[in-house]
Design a protein around this ligand. Sequence first.
Ligand code: FES
Length: 220
Amino acid sequence: MQNPTPLATVSFTLDGQAVDAPAGSTILDAARAAGVEVPTLCYHPNLTANAVCRLCVVEVAGARTLQPACVAMVQPGMTVETASERVNTARRVILELLASTVDLHDAPEILEQVERSGADVDRFAGGRRRAFDLMDDNPFYVRDYAQCVMCWRCIQVCAEDVQYTFALTWGGRGLGSHVTTFFEEDLPDTTCVFCGNCVAVCPTGALKGKVEFAMEEGLV
Ligand code: FES
């Protein structure tokens, strides 16, 4: 028996509207093409989506859990809500929990989402926070993992998505989880070529060029 011809276009319902999207699209791509904004944090258009932040969740009729729009594919006949009460509550709580452990003062993309969602960044204040010393081990940029939201963008851009350097990896557990190098080596002792791509894709102040850092700190 012949395999059925794959659909070129998928029709589904998005926030009550009939929408067509190319087969294989993510819900996020389809929503944005239809003019519907879905907030994202870890997603970057030039990088592989790892769906680690869950800020982009949407409600899919019949699905037990909210679905991350950046990786969930459109399916024929599905019904998707991008701004239901359940979705908005989840997004607010994600941002509130993030703010309870991470220093977000230098994260404009995220602060904009906080503003839009109405999240209360002090809701879970007073608990333990991510605590890391500023790392200054090279001539080009500093790392402040107290500001890291663990979006994986820097790891992806350093690896097969762009640079193929593989200088960065992941270490630790819980509040101690952090981006690091293999064997926790200083950056100059790794394969890092200081291309700056990790700094460019970082959505917070966790990675910063030294000149920018020095100017902000009034050191020059
Ligand atoms: S943007 Fe989709 S999970 Fe982070």
